[in-house]
Design a protein around this ligand. Sequence first.
Ligand SMILES: NC(=O)c1ccc[n+]([C@@H]2O[C@H](COP(=O)([O-])OP(=O)(O)OC[C@H]3O[C@@H](n4cnc5c(N)ncnc54)[C@H](O)[C@@H]3O)[C@@H](O)[C@H]2O)c1
Length: 441
Amino acid sequence: MVLKEVIGDETICVVGLGYVGLPTAIAFHSAGFRVIGVDVSERVVEVLNNGESPLIDSSSSLVIPLDSEKWMITDDFQEAIPASDVILITVPTPVNPDNSPNLSYVESAAKSVLKNVDRSKRTAVVLESTVYPGVTRRILGSECERLGLSTEMVTLAYCPERVNPGDFERGIESVSQIVGCDDAELGLHLETLFGKITQEGSTYVGKMEVAEASKLIENVQRDIDIALANELAMVLPRIGVDVEDVLSAAATKWNFHRHTPGIGVGGHCIPVDPYYYIELSENAGFPSMLASSSRKINNSMPINTANEILTILHSKKTPRILILGYSYKANVGDIRETPVEPLASYLKEGGCEVLIHDPLVDSEEIPNWVEVVSEPTKCKDLDLVIMATYHEEYNYSNTRFWKSMFSIMKRAKIYDGRRVLPREDMESSGWVYYGVGAPNK
Ligand SMILES: NC(=O)c1ccc[n+]([C@@H]2O[C@H](COP(=O)([O-])OP(=O)(O)OC[C@H]3O[C@@H](n4cnc5c(N)ncnc54)[C@H](O)[C@@H]3O)[C@@H](O)[C@H]2O)c1
């Protein structure tokens, strides 16, 4: 038994309207579906009902279909859930201070959704949040059991979101989807449904645990690949070799995965999801060695970078440093797990005066123990500029910006924490260049 015979007739409910949920809701609406968005945050509901986006960065490209009859935003589960056929849960899955998975948002959303389903019809409840294998079955499945919901009333599925925030060229429509569902008929139905919001295709991959594990290892692999680039960035300059030259040389081979070293890994996914895998491996009785080592390497990059910078500036008593960018990645205003925070903290502990500029981050979100600047080209007495997050505003093609930065410094020194600036060009225009993984001249 499928949900509705004609795909497109379903009402889709998206629970959690953040970086993942909101674009997903808009994508289904654009594909012609009736969409109900539910969020527990009064602010999110209010902002969306004013036709604006609550997201800081990509919001500019998101158009909220406020006047559409097929669009509704609410905080009322009782109203939204019975009226929906497919419910997508896209709530946060962070880690606790001890790095153990925090599944409380999933538990809470599962309860709010399942107690309100219409028992007289079949509803598909699809978890999209990143979790480890078994979580959908354990949390949502046991709640179904507790509430006496049969599989004819609620069928569970797992369909991970694989979108890359800040990547404006690869939105939801350009990312392939996978669907895990124990019920193959419904799995294939959902495959077709998700296929409506992407040009890259949708694949039914079998039971939920396959899709859950797939999402997890995609991010574990990225963390491991980045850790290799970061470790090499610490090793190779010690023998006078630039890590970027080596990575570019290796990338001439077809099967080499090219990653760029940096000051650290941030965001909601890459530095978080490996801990879900680590917990899974421990529970399975074979604790991961690889994922733990990668986490250690990537977590050590802010202190490694700070130590390099303190060595460069050792002759200054109180070096004055401007950090460009505070968010965790270029062109997003998201500061979750940003490596710039520990980097700034280590520099401060090392005796530096730290200034931070970020055009996309609200100054209230930047720690009050640094000086937040609104006009980087007007800073005085700087000893070093650190490129931490390569926002468009800092693009090297913005010659006005770079000329102004150069002109305000007595001795213009740059530390390229993302290896995005052209060393030779900068040096020929008078900059003293340092960079992660680059040997000093
Ligand atoms: N951000 C990304 O780029 C990305 C990419 C792929 C996967 N993911 C995964 O997607 C999930 C969501 O991440 P996000 O970045 O969109 O999070 P987010 O913090 O941007 O948004 C989550 C939203 O859920 C709401 N919420 C929290 N609890 C709720 C509840 N019980 N009921 C209804 N709404 C609730 C919050 O108010 C918030 O608006 C996470 O599991 C994350 O790992 C994120």
